[in-house]
Design a protein around this ligand. Structure first.
Ligand SMILES: [Zn+2]
Length: 112
């Protein structure tokens, strides 16, 4: 009889534990749902973030290239060495090219 009581007690505790675990899980799901319900706009924000990253990729594409008239090399405008010549700005890949161009212009001016 005592053996049976022990089994019943064991089953009772098993029931209590499984029930409390189920309740805890339900509470957890409820809490997670409570978090994810305002998280729905965060999904939209994530989509906007991916869109923003696409925008940055697009922003890199229109980097302007300028041609060095001395060596014929193409340089990114922000990396080039600009020289104001008359009304327009001429871009060079290096100081050496700029100096070469400047001396050529001076020579042309001297010949003229
Ligand atoms: Zn150059």
């Amino acid at each position: 009889m005592e053996f049976l009581m022990r089994i019943v007690k064991y089953l009772f505790w098993l029931l209590v534990v499984s029930w409390s675990v189920a309740l805890l899980r339900r509470v957890l799901v409820w809490m997670v749902r409570g978090v994810t319900t305002p998280g729905q706009p965060s999904d939209a924000a994530g989509a906007a973030g991916s869109g923003a990253s696409g925008h940055t990729q697009g922003g890199l594409a229109p980097r302007r290239l300028v041609r060095d008239p001395v060596c014929g090399m193409h340089v990114a405008e922000e990396l080039s060495i600009p020289l104001r010549e008359g009304g327009e700005i001429v871009h060079f890949c290096s100081m050496a090219c700029r100096d070469k161009h400047a001396s050529k212009v001076q020579r042309m001016a001297a010949n003229a």
